[in-house]
Design a protein around this ligand. Structure first.
Ligand code: ADP
Ligand code: ADP
Length: 229
């Protein structure tokens, strides 16, 4: 589904963020990129949806070369969830969740129904939470809205950068488990970045361990990684 071959990224100032990266992600698989801060995880994620251009190698999604795809069309097929999700602060939660369906040309009524469905999917009550504003939700609830919004266009691929990083530890475990169930149910292909090895092992079908200098140190199932010293 997603295939990176010999991918490298050297920023304009000479920083080598990623080098010689080979990575393949199967359809419906959840792959977690883990490693210390600054080792190129976010850069890798952003190259997949072309927020950043690689300086070496090739990235394919479904056999199509990402660097020669139209970025707007490309991102229609890729949901993106980041730690500080930007909800519209002056719009209610239901309106935030309606934004993408409206952009896709749905009628207001259909968009509202779709938004309610999406909020329910991520464990929010459209009646109870839909009429609140973002600042009236907890951090964990806001991240749920972020996931709902990323799923709105029903993209086959989701990219997530520390999606649960700012959420307190107890809520976080619930979100991890619930997200994993949702991901399996919907059959989404996911690449997620974290610096938390426990989260990586809990959530990943496979885990890619990045090392200092943007190199891939290990890539395998949690069982394979735990079996090694
Ligand atoms: P991670 O997600 O693993 O924390 P990043 O991909 O954010 O790592 O960063 C990898 C390296 O690239 C770091 O050394 C970081 O400082 C550097 N870097 C990130 N963005 C830029 C940029 N726009 N220009 C120059 N260097 C950058
Ligand atoms: P968390 O530990 O997940 O960050 P919070 O302590 O922020 O949780 O919030 C706990 C509950 O209070 C949540 O159900 C949230 O919706 C509600 N809440 C938080 N802030 C407000 C607010 N300003 N107005 C109404 N409800 C709020």
């Amino acid at each position: 589904m997603i295939k990176l071959t010999g991918v490298g990224k050297t920023y304009a100032d000479g920083t080598v963020a990623v080098r010689e990266l080979d990575l393949d992600v199967a359809t419906g698989e959840m792959v977690v990129l883990v490693g210390p801060s600054g080792c190129g995880k976010s850069t890798t994620l952003k190259m997949i949806n072309r927020l950043i251009e690689p300086t070496a190698g090739r990235i394919e999604i479904d056999g199509r070369d990402v660097t020669s795809s139209d970025p707007v069309e490309l991102r229609r097929g890729i949901g993106y969830v980041i730690q500080q999700i930007g909800l519209f602060p002056h719009q209610r939660i239901i309106e935030n969740a309606m934004a993408v369906p409206l952009l896709l040309g749905e009628s207001k009524r259909t968009a509202r129904e779709r938004a309610a469905e999406l909020l329910t999917m991520v464990g929010l009550d459209p009646e109870q939470h839909g009429h609140r504003f973002p600042h009236q939700l907890s951090g964990g609830q806001r991240q749920r809205v972020g996931v709902a919004r990323a799923l709105a266009a029903d993209p086959p691929v989701l990219l997530m950068d520390e999606p649960f990083g700012a959420v307190d530890p107890i809520v976080r475990v619930r979100l991890q488990e619930e997200f994993r169930r949702l991901q399996r149910d919907l059959g989404k292909t996911v690449v997620m970045v974290t610096h938390d090895i426990d989260e990586a092992v809990l959530m990943g079908d496979r885990v890619a361990v990045f090392a200092e200098g943007g190199r891939l140190a290990q890539y395998g199932t949690p069982a394979e990684l735990l079996a090694r010293p």
